[in-house]
Design a protein around this ligand. Structure first.
Ligand SMILES: [Zn+2]
Ligand SMILES: [Zn+2]
Length: 175
């Protein structure tokens, strides 16, 4: 969703709150597309500071379906999102934080909630997703999910060190 913030942009020292929610139903990145299976409305705080900047902050969490690194079964992953962004106002003498000026979530008088949420998911994306501790992964020969059944393929017992190497290998593949 987008929310109008004309009041906070135009009134010095105005403090406001907005109930917002993202319209995103999936998260798409270079790793693929992932369903957002849970999200909720949350309160976004907005604070005009002496007409120099607007502080925008709030917290929420979403649950995203991410495939297990080893067996590829989808795992619901809770991702905590902490929004804390400073919007420098156009007539500010100097922009103190250049990073903040790079990415603008504001177009005109409208704040783009979905872009804020998207970027927060991106920076908080889990490094490693396992469906369970010691997931046995899939058999490389027949593709069976070894958590569900043993297959009769000739292979050595799953070795946790091998699994770790496999995870590293998968991470390289995804970059
Ligand atoms: Zn797994
Ligand atoms: Zn097999």
């Amino acid at each position: 969703m987008k929310t109008d913030i004309t009041d906070v942009l135009s009134m010095e020292n105005m403090i406001a709150e907005r109930q917002v929610e993202t319209d995103l139903t999936s998260f798409r990145s270079k790793l693929g597309e992932f369903s957002i299976i849970r999200k909720a409305p949350f309160t976004l705080h907005l604070e005009n500071q002496e007409n120099k900047r607007v502080l925008i902050f709030g917290e929420t969490d979403v649950t995203v379906a991410v495939p297990c690194d080893r067996c590829l079964e989808e795992v619901p992953v809770d991702i905590r999102l902490v929004i804390d962004w400073t919007y420098p106002l156009a007539d500010a003498e100097s922009v103190e934080d250049e990073d903040a000026a790079d990415t603008s979530y504001v177009a005109g008088t409208t704040l783009d909630i979905d872009r804020l949420i998207y970027d927060e998911i991106l920076v908080n994306w889990p490094m490693k997703v396992l469906c369970r501790e010691g997931c046995k992964g899939i058999c490389r020969k027949c593709g069976a999910n070894l958590n569900q059944k043993a297959c009769s393929c000739d292979r050595t017992e799953p070795d946790p060190r091998m699994a770790a190497i496999q995870d590293i290998f998968n991470q390289f593949k995804e970059v």
